[in-house]
Ligand binder design. Structure first.
Ligand code: NI
Length: 184
């Protein structure tokens, strides 16, 4: 089932999300709905707060972004109750966007390397390292479950420039190819 995506201005996007109970029988279906919602909106990542649930769950599929023949360099999985343990390497800038903030993009500096601990649907625990675009998307989605949006990473001048656009989104004055849920 495709879920509406909560747009900029929704309080759930500003909340630090809580760990989920892996024995909760509803989690499997919820995650299946999240995948469907993410692909319908042509996203490479989606976090539970973006569909209105303050839960520590996010999905990433960077396989879609890889060149033909290099699909194995991508990551496609659901991260449940994740914790970024460490970030290191070099800070690099890349233009990001977000399904909750349609048609708005901006350069964000992030560390190149991360170590993350998380669970899968069967309750198995993993500890893995990622870099490049994989780390980038994971960091963006991880921010969502910490109640943070990429716009908060933008430089002061850029933040000033996008203020009106953000206000327009908050008020529902924006179009997208997928269903959005606005505050009003
Ligand atoms: Ni996002």
């Amino acid at each position: 089932m495709i879920l509406p995506i909560y747009a900029y201005g929704q309080k759930v996007l500003k909340k630090k999300a809580k760990d989920v109970d892996l024995d909760d029988p509803g989690i499997k279906e919820f995650i299946a709905n999240m995948w469907e919602t993410m692909y319908n909106a042509q996203g490479v990542g989606l976090a539970a707060p973006q569909v209105g649930k303050s839960m520590r769950i996010f999905l990433v599929d960077t396989v879609q972004t890889m060149k033909k023949g290099e699909e194995s360099k991508g990551v496609k999985k659901a991260f449940i109750n994740p914790e970024i343990i460490e970030e290191w390497g070099e800070e690099w800038s890349y233009e990001e966007g977000c399904l909750s903030i349609p048609h708005l993009r901006g350069d964000v500096d992030r560390w190149s390397d991360i170590a993350i601990r998380y669970y899968d649907l069967d309750g198995n625990e993993y500890e893995e390292e990622y870099d490049g675009i994989n780390a980038r998307v994971i960091q963006h989605e991880y921010d969502h479950i910490e109640g943070k949006l990429f716009t908060e990473h933008l430089k002061p001048l850029k933040r000033q420039l996008i203020k009106r656009k953000l206000e327009a989104i908050r008020k529902g004055n924006v179009d997208a190819d997928y269903r959005l849920k606005f505050v009003v």
